[in-house]
Design a protein around this ligand. Structure first.
Ligand code: G6P
Length: 586
């Protein structure tokens, strides 16, 4: 999960590439590099850090030439070092590549290439692509033959762009995204349309197992069998271009504050797909729901809500666990996959397995051009706009609203949900963050925090813990309130903070009992509730709401708390260390 980009055209490549990389930094941001071709020579600069930092140190954007490639890295093979950053050049220096994904047989290939006299500078799996290309190009002097031989050798999931000293570009896709932007006398290759959307909205989504060769004003797309491949140029929506922070200090804050609007727009453009989903659920033998990270926490809410409000049973599947639970998917069932990016490799794997089992696949997804959207039978668009902050915020509440809409329809509107009221609740919570900022300062130096919730608030406790981990690096754990006495109580002392998610519903009095048990052990309590209590050391007031709206409203103050605690700790809330927004490796 890195981003790759290539440019071939009439303008200087480097500034365009740097801008595109900045937009795609969500995919990985531990190091960055650019290579360009000018006068039949490849120039390359790279270093560790984010795009702007590295660019201001070593001026990536002044490299000369109208052809170039670039990369932002999320390390998988080899530490975060300048040498391991991409692009990687081949031994001759005549070829440079950028790669996203994993080459599974790289050790074996590296050994073979070493025996043939090739040297390796980095610890990456990617460098073998550069040297394999050099090897085959020296033999054949033919780019098509070279790429065919290279892809026949490498195993794994990948997308790469190779730049040749003569200024030609070639790129291949195998289970990692690769998109061609077709402009006026210029072409872009990119992991995401965000890499080039301000220059062209004409795109080709390359099919899996295809490669492209760009040469002057033409391009040729072929399959790994060497035959011409079919393709379609489609227009993409420019709304995803709108990825600016505006007046907000960070994308994460902007995205938290957008939620009063995004809950109103959720699923708005694909209401028919929601209707179809409802029909499928009614007829399904089994219902599986899958996701990763925050989207998996939305899966947990969906399971609880479906059972509580419609008595429909659904089985949650942690996407990354699918390979260890064989025979878990029965034939002719339905698989609902929830994913913001639609590119999480684990989720795509579950969908692949579900399709093999002849299940109907339904995607709840934000990026309608993603692999998940393209591979699913029914697509519900989340419609929450670009989410750039690595920690998911507005996408989570949007996913919940879509789940609610499905439940509302399943119950023939007996479950009555007032989305306008939910939007107002969110606005109210966001109105005055001063108290939350104060609490953020209190927790900034602690090492452990626990979040307790019961019933439908338990998945929210897990999501809250994830937000706190991602943004503050504090160890955080979501616990079902009733489980306190079965272990976690042993951890409670005066060094510990506990967040109690305690709205005024059927879980309220049991949660208050848990809070008391914690209090007498000296832990500090942050109560998130619409009822004040002197048990809480800090009370975060939740506006009164209908029972069904609580899960959405109660996560908002915790998102804010995680954000402000990140600021208090001086960590970057948009780009937490070691993480990436779109995890396209398994
Ligand atoms: C990564 C991101 C998380 C996200 C998860 C699933 O881990 O850092 O924020 O929840 O992927 O992503 P998806 O795009 O499938 O929802």
């Amino acid at each position: 999960m890195c981003s790759i980009i290539g440019y071939f055209g009439k303008e200087n490549a480097a500034p365009i590439i740097v801008k595109g990389l900045k937009r795609m930094e969500y995919r990985g941001y531990d190091s960055v590099g650019v290579a360009t071709e000018s006068d039949h020579q490849i120039k390359l600069r790279k270093g560790i850090g984010k795009v702007n930092e590295v660019n201001s140190k070593i001026q990536l954007d002044i490299l000369p030439g109208k052809v170039g490639i670039g990369h932002t890295r999320w390390a998988t093979h080899g530490k975060v070092t300048d040498v391991n950053a991409h692009p990687h050049s081949s031994n001759s220096g005549r070829i440079a590549i950028v790669h996203n994904g994993i080459i599974e047989n790289f050790e074996e290939l590296k050994k073979q290439l070493k025996n043939e006299g090739y040297d390796f500078k980095s610890d990456t799996d990617s460098e073998i692509i550069a040297n394999l290309i050099q090897k085959y190009y020296e033999k054949t002097q033919d780019i098509k033959e070279t790429i065919l031989k290279t892809v026949a050798k490498i195993k794994g999931h990948y997308a790469f762009v190779a730049m040749f000293e003569n200024g030609q570009l070639a790129a291949a896709r195998f289970h990692e995204p690769l998109i061609i932007g077709v402009g006026q006398n210029e072409f872009f290759l990119s992991s995401d349309v965000l890499g080039f959307i301000e220059y062209t909205d004409n795109v080709i989504y390359m099919e899996n197992g295809n490669f492209v060769i760009l040469d002057r004003d033409k391009f040729q797309i072929m399959g790994f069998d060497g035959k011409q491949a079919k393709y379609e140029i489609v227009k993409v929506s420019k709304e995803f271009c709108d990825a600016y922070k505006g007046d907000y200090a960070h994308f994460t804050l902007k995205e938290i504050y957008e939620q009063h609007e995004t809950v109103l727009k959720a699923g708005e453009r694909t209401l028919e797909a929601i209707e179809k989903t409802v029909q499928c659920i009614k007829q399904a033998k089994n219902i599986y729901i899958t996701g990763s990270g925050t989207s998996y926490n939305a899966v947990l809410v969906a399971k609880q809500m479906l059972s509580r409000y419609t008595r429909i049973k659904a089985e949650p599947i942690i996407a990354s666990e699918i390979q260890f639970i064989p025979h878990s998917i029965e034939e002719n069932s339905i698989m609902i996959a929830i994913s913001q990016s639609g590119e999480s490799a684990d989720v795509l794997e579950v969908v692949k397995i579900a399709k093999l089992a002849k299940c109907k696949t339904i995607a709840i997804v934000n990026l309608l051009t993603s692999s998940l959207a393209r591979e699913s039978d029914i697509v519900i668009g989340m419609n929450c706009g670009p989410e750039i902050g690595v920690a998911a915020t507005k996408s989570f509440t949007t996913q919940l609203v879509i789940i609610y809409k499905i439940i509302q329809k399943l119950s023939d509107n007996i479950v009555d949900i007032d989305f306008a009221k939910i939007s107002k609740l969110i606005s109210e919570i966001l109105k005055n963050p001063t108290k939350i900022q104060r609490i953020a300062n209190e927790i900034k130096d602690i090492s452990d925090i626990y979040i307790l919730g019961r019933g439908m608030h338990y998945p929210i406790a897990i999501e809250a813990a994830l937000k706190l981990k991602e943004l503050t690096y504090i160890h955080a754990e979501g616990i079902p309130g009733g489980e306190l006495k079965h272990g976690p109580l042993a951890l409670m002392d005066s060094n510990v903070f506990v967040i109690i998610i305690n709205p005024n519903d059927s879980t309220y009095s049991d949660m208050l009992t848990s809070a008391r048990e914690i209090k007498v052990r000296g832990a500090k309590i942050i109560g998130i509730s619409d009822i004040e209590s002197d048990i809480y050391d800090f009370w975060v007031e939740l506006p009164k709401s209908d029972e069904i709206a609580y899960p959405i409203s109660e996560i908002i103050p915790i998102q804010l708390l995680a954000y402000y605690a990140a600021l208090a700790k001086n960590t970057d809330p948009d780009y937490p260390r070691n993480l990436a927004k779109s995890v396209t490796v398994k």
